[in-house]
Design a protein around this ligand. Structure first.
Ligand code: NAD
Ligand code: GLY
Length: 370
């Protein structure tokens, strides 16, 4: 798809997600929200912007400026993971129905991964599917959740258990929006950035290590580079395995452990990227036991996560038994066998059932206080 930027000296760059007729561009850079000509990507006349109470105050007006020739409606959801449920979905669907929206309406997800996931799912199911645009405003959403078409909501018995694959028409990642992110949310996003180095590009990991202070200072050039490389890696993986029949699952490195932590905490207290930080260390420990990773590389990861201010141990009250019970409900369990993502080498991930339960139990003993 042709993607217009409003000026020839744009500071934005473009990453292509190659999926046949579902292909789309990711536009990355400071002021991307202003530079992209939305009218080139939105084919109907009506737009429903879904955002939350925090992001609305910060960026709604800026986005609306760019939709001047459209009829714009908005839905402002409460903040937080608690809205990523069937109830949250229902709020969006009801507003679309009450507003008389038909299949030509485009839904715009303006916010972090929570808004992107629930709004994307609403777009997937409303009248059997309408177009949607992702405008991610957290680092985690810019490097991960806005790309690849996974949409959905949580269930009390498990995270992201209800959902659909539905690709956006375009993703607009304005890296300036990251400057207003709370420090903790920014660090949580960094854990997903680090993930890409671990699973696919050890030189990117080295680069993050060298540039971490600048990234933590929100240097816009460094941020744009990090978002671009992360999106390139994700776009390449998704282009080869859109619906996660196999290789795409490597993007879930550390996530089985991390999702268990989030489920144990009932999606409260810790944010997603924090749970993934600990989950990645646990998956890294398993990879050490299986011989793909050295103790030195395990320590490098731990030091990096600590420099980001991320947690490196599971919640104190979470036991080995809690992990075992919750992990067996993971989506990656097939025929009673849990598949886990491990590193065969630094920068090379694979999905495996051959890790040996005794090794898994050693990982849990190593990381759990009880
Ligand atoms: P989030 O959406 O809750 O956003 C984090 C916080 O930052 C919220 O309080 C939000 O209101 C606030 N916020 C957002 N943008 C801001 C800005 N620019 N300035 C100030 N505050 C801002 O959390 P998240 O970390 O973005 O996303 C987590 C969710 O993403 C989880 O539900 C996770 O399961 C999901 N996820 C989905 C995928 C996928 O492929 N679909 C991948 C990874 C994670
Ligand atoms: N975040 C994992 C995936 O998109 O597959």
């Amino acid at each position: 798809m042709h993607t217009s930027l409003s000026s020839s000296d744009s500071q934005c760059c473009k990453v292509h997600v190659s999926l046949g007729i579902r292909s789309y561009s990711i536009i990355i850079g400071p002021d991307a929200m202003e530079e992209v000509v939305f009218a080139d990507h939105v084919f109907g006349r009506r737009v429903m912007i879904v955002t939350n109470e925090i992001v609305e105050h910060l960026y709604f007006e800026k986005v609306v400026q760019n939709f001047r020739e459209f009829q714009v409606n908005k839905i402002v959801l409460p903040d937080g993971e608690k809205i990523k449920t069937l109830d949250g979905l229902n709020i969006i669907l009801s507003a679309l129905l009450q507003g008389g929206h038909d299949r030509t309406t485009t839904l715009v997800a303006l916010g972090g991964g929570v808004i992107g996931d629930v709004a994307g799912f609403a777009a997937a199911v409303y009248q059997r599917g309408i177009d949607f645009v992702q405008i991610p405003t957290t680092l985690l959403a810019q490097v991960d959740s806005s790309v690849g078409g996974k949409t959905g909501v949580n269930h009390a018995l498990g995270k992201n258990m209800i959902g659909a694959f539905h690709q956006p028409s375009i993703v607009i990642s304005d890296t300036k929006t990251l400057r207003t992110l709370p420090k903790r949310e920014f660090a949580a996003g960094l854990s997903e950035v680090i993930k890409y180095g671990l699973i696919a590009d050890r030189y990117f990991f080295d680069w993050i290590e060298e540039n971490l202070d600048g990234l933590l200072d929100h240097d816009l050039n460094l941020l744009a580079y990090a978002v671009r490389v992360a999106c390139q890696i994700k776009a390449s993986i998704v282009s080869h395995d859109e619906t996660e029949q196999g290789h795409r699952a490597i993007l879930n490195f550390g996530h089985t452990f991390g999702h268990a932590i989030e489920t144990f905490l009932k999606y409260r207290d810790w944010v997603h990227g924090e749970a993934i930080s600990v989950g990645m260390l646990m998956a890294m420990r398993l990879s050490v036991l299986l011989g793909g990773i050295s103790e030195t590389d395990f320590d490098r990861l731990k030091v990096m996560l600590k420099r980001c201010g991320l947690p490196t141990s599971p919640p104190l009250l979470m036991t080995i038994q809690d992990f075992n019970l919750i992990m067996m409900r993971d989506k990656k369990v097939i025929d009673g066998q849990l598949r886990l993502v491990i590193l065969e080498a630094f920068g090379l991930a694979t999905v495996s059932t051959e890790y040996g339960d005794s090794n898994l139990q050693k990982v849990l003993s190593f990381h759990c206080a009880s």
